[in-house]
Design a protein around this ligand. Structure first.
Ligand code: M6R
Length: 623
């Protein structure tokens, strides 16, 4: 949680930083602040509320200086007030700090510092950092040493950026378990929690590893470890288009990202499905190649068990991935919530492959599950969107989803690309293990290639219906999503979407479970979304839809065009929305889109802040 940005260069830092904060606002949005440094010292402006409140304050009282740090907050310790907003300073106001993470031992440190005479102005854990650095700076007089010594006393997680009044034009940054990148521009440098704040200025980044510090001035960047040794590192190039991190004419990031899904899927599939080398004459069939992930065929053949670990939407992608892997391989597959993984007794050992799915690659629960799995000897494949993320670096093998920057808190294009990538993984592992027939691989690979165009078609056809349905259901108290098999996995994603942005209670049920209890809640007019895209299961799902309709439930059904029981479905449900025919395994990619569009229009109809739902943040870097 929280976003930090820093700048050193020749432009007015506050202008660069406020723009950077807007690009990181999805990480937290309950208060924001900036510290800018010029020849006359460090000046701070900070405000409770959205970044607009800070921008307004800066219009009245501009900050000048070519170095600065900034922060957008998601409160953990202390209410979202002006005083608790970052940057925080030491007693004399000569050291300014922004922090993302949690100082777990802040109470004992605060007690100790208060006894030594330090005066605290906020209720945050972060403020202790400013005072710890002040103490260490008093002893050493060296900024890098002071930050290093201070962080050495901290338990917990941090990404920090620090300015010293006595050292104009110098910025010290460091990280442990919270992300931090350094952007290498032309005579200017940025630090940021995430690449969207950097890409408008440069695509060259250095990704800090845990326990690394950066000393940045206008002449360059030097990296050090916590023992003070200098570290050499090659920059990475981020291929994100800066315009993708802007709304580009759409009202919200979420709807823009829904519309970007065809392009995102094309990128996720590009270079991973290729024509087979064929004998003369026959048309080239398609096959999947994922050797880029860095795993050998030998390693793939040695796995006995697969665990998909993830949180939230990424977990819902994992539920689909489980079914795809089970269908294409002979492996035992479990899809686990990363936040629960460590509390069971998973039989994870050297013969296990753990597939960790995460848009950000920074979700603390997912990283903790990966750590646990590695301790037990498992190999880890990261399926992530963020190049150089903590997950990508912790994993043995990496498959990037290439969704591009996802800014809206509600995940959409990341989810669809995760589904596509897990589909590719299933096909590739199935082929390498010899458990998938050539014909099936060709059929599914060809169908995967058609998905971007089909998603485009679905968006066009369904958006007006989703808008209309949202008007009809906008005052609903509860919503139910039902489905069997893969439809149930997609139902889980549909209900999460509507809860998180439209604030309506929603529940997903395996359709066969309705009659075991929840059917009692169905009465006249209760809205139910029924997914019936799985051909062999349509008959049974239809019976469940009949049970709901018989009790007055208002059912909207989703089915494929070639659905076996079209007539019966149309007679039973109030509306049936058809999706293009695809192999049932890939139907989730199409079925998710109407549910995203409905949730979006529901939130809009209810007048809510679609991109920044209350109490949530994009990256959940705390457990
Ligand atoms: O970055 P990650 O994919 O690891 O994030 C996991 C969840 O926090 C995330 O999917 C969350 O559930 C979304 N806001 C849902 O739209």
């Amino acid at each position: 949680m929280c976003g930090i940005v820093g700048y050193i260069g020749s432009r007015n830092a506050a202008d660069v930083l406020i723009d950077g904060l807007r690009r990181l606002e999805y990480r937290g949005y309950d208060s924001a602040g900036i510290a800018a440094q010029n020849g006359a010292g460090i000046h701070i402006e900070k405000r409770a509320g959205r970044i607009d409140a800070l921008a307004e304050a800066l219009r009245a009282r501009p900050l000048f200086g070519t170095a600065g740090i900034a922060h957008t907050r998601w409160a953990t310790h202390g209410a979202p007030t002006d005083a608790n907003a970052h940057p925080h300073t030491d007693c004399a106001g000569r050291i300014s700090v922004v922090h993302n993470g949690i100082v777990e031992n802040f109470q004992e440190l605060k007690r100790e510092l208060a006894q030594a005479g330090h005066r605290f102005r906020s209720e945050t854990d972060s403020e202790v950092l400013a005072h710890l650095i002040e103490e260490a700076w008093g002893r050493t007089g060296d900024p890098l040493e002071a930050v290093r010594a201070a962080l050495g006393r901290v338990r917990g997680s941090y990404a920090v950026a620090v300015l010293f009044e006595a050292h104009p034009g110098l910025l010290i940054a460091a990280r442990r378990e919270s992300p931090l990148v350094v952007g290498l521009g032309d005579g200017e440098y940025l630090v940021a929690s995430d690449a969207p704040a950097v890409v408008p200025h440069t695509r060259e980044i250095l990704v800090l590893d845990d326990g690394e510090l950066a000393r940045i001035d206008r002449t360059g960047v030097r990296l050090f470890d916590m023992r003070g040794n200098e570290v050499e590192k090659r920059p990475l190039r981020v291929d994100w288009d800066p315009e993708e991190a802007e709304k580009g004419g759409f009202e919200h990031f979420m709807i823009k990202e829904i519309h970007e899904q065809p392009a995102a899927l094309r990128r996720a599939l590009a270079g991973r499905i290729a024509p087979e080398e064929n004998g003369a004459g026959s048309p080239a069939a398609l096959r999947v190649d994922l050797a880029e992930a860095g795993w050998s065929a030998e390693a793939i053949r040695a796995f006995r068990k697969v665990y998909l670990v993830a949180c939230g939407t990424a977990h819902h992608a994992g539920l689909v991935g489980k079914r795809l892997l089970e269908a294409a391989t002979d492996l035992d597959v479990a899809a686990e919530l990363a936040s629960e993984f460590r509390y069971g007794e998973p039989r994870v050992g050297p013969a296990a492959l753990v597939i960790a799915v995460s848009q950000s690659g920074e979700t603390a629960d997912t990283l903790a599950a990966v750590k646990e799995a590695k301790l037990r000897g498992a190999r880890v494949l990261a399926v992530t969107n963020v190049v150089g993320s903590s997950l990508a670096r912790a994993a043995d093998y990496v498959l990037y989803t290439h969704a591009g920057p996802e800014i809206a808190v509600a995940s959409t294009k990341a989810y669809l690309t995760q589904l596509a990538c897990l589909g590719l993984v299933a096909l590739y592992v199935g082929r390498v293990r010899g458990t998938l027939s050539k014909e099936r691989e060709r059929e599914l690979a060809a169908a995967l290639e058609r998905l971007p165009a089909l998603v485009e078609q679905v968006i066009r056809a369904v958006e007006p219906k989703a808008r209309e349905l949202a008007r009809r259901w906008q005052d609903a108290r509860d919503l139910f999503y039902i489905g069997r098999g893969l439809d149930y996995a997609v139902a889980r994603e549909g209900q999460l979407k509507v809860k998180e942005i439209a604030y309506v209670h929603a529940e997903a049920l395996a359709a066969g479970e309705l009659k075991h209890g929840t059917l009692a809640l169905i009465e006249e007019g209760v809205p139910v979304v029924a997914l019936a895209t799985q051909r062999p299961l349509v008959d049974k799902t239809l019976s469940n839809i009949q049970e709901v309709a018989a009790r007055g439930g208002d059912v909207v059904a989703l089915a494929l065009e070639d659905c076996p029981r079209r007539e019966a479905l149309e007679e039973t449900a109030r509306e049936v929305w058809y999706l293009p025919a695809v192999p049932a395994e890939l139907a989730p990619v199409l079925a998710a889109v109407p549910l995203q569009l409905f949730a979006y229009h529901m939130a809009k109809a209810r007048g809510l802040d679609v991109d920044k739902p209350r109490n949530l943040a994009k990256s959940v870097t705390v457990e």
